[in-house]
Design a protein around this ligand. Structure first.
Ligand code: FPP
Length: 256
């Protein structure tokens, strides 16, 4: 971790507010967007209103990530467990996703954002799977922000699918078991080639991991702000980055 600039502070006094000029910016931020339902309920609105407001927060967050120089942003938009929700809510969420893909991808491309999806996209049906593939192909050359949407995503099933692929590679003789390192295993996950998340944020005050990036977030810093996802804005994002900059990441090693 880059040292925080200490300015005129006396030796040994810890500066609480990191200097934005020198504070470490997480390379990869991943977000569990929680609280849409409670946001709507508090306003006596249908749940879909919370999800629509949540989609606005997605736009704000992408802008905030670009502005702060975060290179990778992963958003948990639909978990593999979300299929257990009532049919009308699933239909609202898939409708929002379809709308997002049809109306926002051109703007993402203009902003030089690369869009990718991880998860079991086929469960959304052929039209959404095709729109996702088209969006990925269109934006494949962009590098300003790598935006990943976790859709019908579950960390355990991702790891099982990777283990199955490893077993097949071993059985066919293309991978020697002794060559299976952590890095090699990572290459079998949906996130192959992506950096691990440095910071995972879950909004709404809930403190659960909910099957999100189980392998990848092994050494991530976690943050659980109280704000409900539809209210999340650039100030919340910046405050999360400032909190991250104050953390002392040791990766299990002893502090100096
Ligand atoms: C969790 O809130 C949120 C979701 C299950 C869906 C997230 C979806 C969006 C942010 C909008 C759609 C996004 C795109 C990209 C089109 P919850 O419903 O579990 O809230 P609750 O815990 O308060 O009930």
């Amino acid at each position: 971790m880059a040292p925080l600039r200490t300015g005129a502070a006396p030796a040994g006094v810890r500066i609480e507010a990191p200097d934005p000029e020198s504070a470490p910016v997480p390379r990869h931020v991943a977000i569990i967007m929680d609280g849409n339902g409670r946001w709507a309920q508090a306003r006596h609105l249908p749940r879909v209103a919370g999800h629509r407001a949540g989609a606005q927060a997605v736009r704000r967050t992408i802008e905030a990530a670009i502005a702060s120089g975060v290179g990778w942003l992963t958003l948990y938009a639909f978990s593999s467990e979300n299929w257990a929700r009532p049919e009308d809510e699933i239909s609202d969420l898939t409708g929002l996703l379809r709308h997002y893909l049809r109306h926002e991808v051109a703007e993402l491309h203009r902003e030089r954002v690369r869009l990718r999806a991880i998860g079991d996209r086929a469960r959304f049906g052929a039209d959404i799977a095709r729109e996702l593939a088209d969006a990925e192909a269109l934006t494949a050359g962009n590098t300003r922000l790598h935006l990943t949407m976790a859709l019908s995503y579950g960390g355990r099933s991702e790891i099982v699918a990777a283990a199955r692929a490893v077993a097949q590679a071993a059985a066919s003789g293309t991978l020697a078991p002794s060559d299976l390192t952590e890095d090699a295993f990572s290459g079998f996950l949906f996130t192959a080639g992506m950096p691990d998340p440095d910071l995972v944020i879950r909004t709404s005050g809930e403190r659960r991991v909910s099957n999100f990036l189980l392998w990848q977030a092994a050494y991530a810093e976690y943050l659980f702000p109280e704000v409900l996802w539809p209210d999340f804005n650039a100030a919340h994002f910046d405050s999360a980055l400032a909190d991250y900059a104050r953390r002392n990441r040791r990766y299990g090693a002893r502090p100096e």
